[in-house]
Each structure stands twice: as C-alpha cells, then as structure tokens.
Design a protein around this ligand. Structure first.
Ligand SMILES: CCC/C=C/C(=O)SCCNC(=O)CCNC(=O)[C@H](O)C(C)(C)COP(=O)([O-])OP(=O)([O-])OC[C@H]1O[C@@H](n2cnc3c(N)ncnc32)[C@H](O)[C@@H]1OP(=O)([O-])[O-]
Length: 393
C-alpha cells in the first residue's frame, strides 16, 4: 500500500505513515499468552504484509487497522480527545477509543486476522483470476471463474459426487486458489442430480501398508485439513445445493455464508448408522443454529431433512422451486458478485472471525473422535453392510 493513501475529504488528511507505525512498535514489548492469541512474530509479519497491499482498503478499514495497532502496542486509549476541528486526529482517536478495554493480546490477534484477510482477498501479482476452463487441472472437479464468481463443481455425477481422497485434496487446493484469486465470491455446487453423497465409502477399503491404523490416521489428517480450508476461507462462500446432500457435505454447510437449495434437495447425516460421529464442526454449528434437540435428531438419529425443514432449522438460507432454481440463484449471485470485494471479505471476517479459534478446536476434537470410530467394529460392520447390500443388487 502506498504510504500516502488516497482519501476523500475530510478524511484526505488521514495518512498512516509507515514511519509512525514502525516507531510505535519498536517502543513496545509484546508477549505471547497462548494459542488463542497471535504471537509477536505473527504480529510483526502482519505489519510487513500490510506494506505489501496493492490496493487501498478504504478509510474505515485503515482506521480499524490504526486502532488495533495502537491498542495492541499501547493498550486502551487514554490520551486527551483532539479538538472538533482536528478531523484526522479525532477520527483516529475515536477509532482507538471505540476499542474500549479490549486487551492488547486480543487487539494483536484481531490486527493479525484483519491484515491476513486483506492479503487473502487481494490476488497475488502472479496468480490472478483463474480463467474459465481451468477445470483441466482437476480430475474430480470443474472450476471456473466468471462474472467475479469462482465456481467449484463436484464432478463425479455417476457416483453421486461421493468424495474420494483425490477429491478431498483437489477441493482443498481449489479453495486455496479461490481464496486468492480475483473473484468476489466462491460457490460450491454439484454436477448431476446429487449435490454430494458424502465421503466415498471406498476410501475405507484401500488399506495401506501400515494397516488400518495408518489408514484412519491419514484419513483423519486429510479431514482436518479439508475442514480447515472451510473455516479459514477468506471470502463469502456460497453453497448451491442442486440435489440431495449426505454426510460431510451437509455438516460443512454450517461453515458456508449462504446456502441456497432446490426444493428437491434433502439433508442427511447418517453417522450413527455408519458407526461414526459428526464432523465438519457440526457438533458445534448445528446445536448453535437449530438448538440441541433438533441437532440431535439429525446427528444422532439420522433424521433426513427436506429442503424446507432445513431452511426452518437455519441450515439453508432459501429454498427455490426446482424449475427456476438455477436461473434464480445465479442471477442473484451475479448481482452479489458486483459488490466491493474487500468490503465483503472484511465483513465476512467480522462475522466469522470471533469463532475461528473455537471452530479449529472443534475440528480437532471431531477428527480425534472419528479416527477412533473408524477403527471400531461398529464402523467396519456398517461399511461392510453397504458393500454387501450393493453386491446383492
Ligand atoms: C471422512 C469424513 C467423514 C465423512 C462422513 C460421511 O460423509 S458419512 C456419509 C457417507 N455416505 C453414505 O453413506 C451414502 C452412501 N450412498 C448411498 O446411500 C446411496 O448411494 C445414495 C442414497 C447416495 C444414492 O442412492 P441411489 O440409489 O440413488 O444411487 P446408487 O446407490 O446406485 O449410487 C450410484 C453409484 O454411486 C455410488 N455411491 C453413491 N454414494 C457413494 C458413497 N458415499 N460412497 C461410495 N459410492 C457411492 C453407488 O455405490 C453407485 O455406484 P455403482 O453401483 O454405480 O458402481
């Protein structure tokens, strides 16, 4: 970011010179208090990253950055209020004062998160937008960028878009790229009649050399990374649920910003039927969203929801008639994608940022439990039953 930023009157006088920031930070001793805070190193890295931004994030954001920086390095504002006509310093003072008694550690963490989201929302010089047709780089997905929207389509329609190990890895990569490209929003949807039938149960049949324990451990690590990609996704993420959704594709909806569904969609999490346990942070997001009892009906007792029920429970934002689903949803998404990119990314960060650490903890705990479940007799019996039932057809 240029040191002298273009600002509109009366804010044109608000300038954050790099020199001021550097002087301030040098005069402060920072310390780390634990995993829920940003380390000194992360804070310093964030300062450096701030200097690499190519576009001006706007006055409001710059004031927020300024306020968080002051709070992190000097603590709550207790300097005298500048006079009414000293517009610039009064705006800065107001921003700092508005942080009240937020601790220095918390301010440091928010500073790091804010800069990270600004950096993530800005395409690196050598990446740029993914051109339409970049699907060639993926085997199990179609990924396109058009009209400021990056769309990731699950592309195994013959298998109801069941997620193989390869597909998990490709989805992680596609999300990573989408988070950094020039698009304003990212959409996940399915090709064919299903949105997604969840984990490909064949993933459990490929036992590596290290045996079933190794398989469970590797699958756990992959799942952790997969869910993390959603928790950390830096811009608005929208699910276009074109048909039935099962398992992990349902649980993850709690990490999307908006979920649009056709009336034909259903939502099913048959975890106990499979001897497994919830993932995708649903053990936290579902009770929060729909209350413990309704969440338990789904996550413990395998209750399959219609699209309308899912909307009533808060899992789905809006349900559309199947005949007009695609046209209505895409018209709306194209309009959304014309909104300012940084503003959307930063607002998402505000909405989701407070919960990020908690979601990571939930993800870790769910993965730990699932790795145990995958080694249980209950789970193995359930997987065998699926394949035996298939064999009888
Ligand atoms: C790791 C994180 C933890 C995740 C947990 C979860 O996601 S738990 C949730 C885990 N998910 C489940 O428990 C769902 C298991 N699947 C089902 O219950 C049913 O397939 C269905 C209800 C999705 C669709 O029924 P339908 O009668 O409309 O269609 P159809 O059955 O004829 O399917 C067409 C083809 O696709 C195949 N295929 C589909 N899904 C899967 C899959 N997940 N796996 C493998 N294969 C799958 C199916 O075998 C068939 O292959 P074929 O014979 O042509 O070679």
């Amino acid at each position: 970011m240029a040191t002298v930023l273009k600002l509109l009157p009366p804010w044109r006088f608000v300038r954050f010179s790099r020199a001021t920031q550097v002087t301030s930070v040098l005069s402060v001793q920072l310390h780390t208090t634990g995993a829920m805070t940003a380390t000194v190193e992360e804070f310093n890295q964030a300062k450096v990253k701030l200097g690499t931004l190519r576009s001006d994030p706007g006055n409001e954001v710059k004031l927020k950055i300024y306020a968080l920086f002051k709070q992190a390095t000097q603590g709550p504002c207790n300097t005298p209020k500048p006079g009414m006509l000293d517009f610039v310093n009064k705006a800065k003072w107001d921003a700092w004062k508005s942080l009240g008694s937020v601790s220095q550690e918390e301010a440091r963490k928010q500073y790091v998160e804010l800069i990270s989201s600004l950096v993530a929302a800005e395409a690196p010089a050598d990446v740029g937008a993914q051109p339409t047709g970049s699907a060639a780089t993926f085997q199990t997905l179609q990924v396109t960028t058009e009209d400021n929207i990056t769309t990731i389509r699950l592309d195994r329609p013959q298998k109801k878009n069941a997620i193989t190990v390869e597909m998990y890895n490709e989805l992680i990569e596609a999300l990573e790229l989408a988070g950094k490209d020039d698009s304003v929003i990212t959409v996940i949807t399915g090709n064919g009649d299903y949105y997604c039938s969840g984990n490909d149960l064949n993933n459990f049949t490929k036992i590596p050399e290290g045996g079933i324990e190794k398989m469970a451990k590797d699958a756990g690590e992959l799942l952790r990374r997969y869910v993390k990609a959603y928790i950390d996704f830096p811009k608005p993420l929208i699910a276009v649920v074109n048909g039935p959704a099962v398992g992990v594709s349902v649980t993850l909806l709690g990490l999307f910003d908006v979920v649009y569904a056709t009336e034909k969609a259903t939502f099913h999490t048959p975890f106990s039927q499979l001897g497994q346990s919830p993932e995708g942070c649903s053990s936290y997001t579902f009770p929060k969203m729909m209350g413990a009892a309704k969440a338990s009906e789904m996550l413990l007792f395998n209750k399959k929801l219609t699209a309308t029920q899912a909307r009533e429970q808060g899992l789905v934002t809006e349900v559309f008639p199947d005949t007009s689903f695609q046209s209505e949803v895409w018209a709306r998404l194209k309009a959304y994608a014309k909104l300012p990119r940084n503003s959307l990314a930063l607002s998402k960060q505000l909405i989701r940022g407070m919960e990020r650490e908690r979601l990571h903890t939930v993800n870790d705990q769910e993965v730990e439990r699932l790795v145990e479940r995958w080694l249980s007799d209950e789970c193995m019996q359930a997987i065998m039953s699926f394949f035996q039932a298939k064999a009888k057809l």
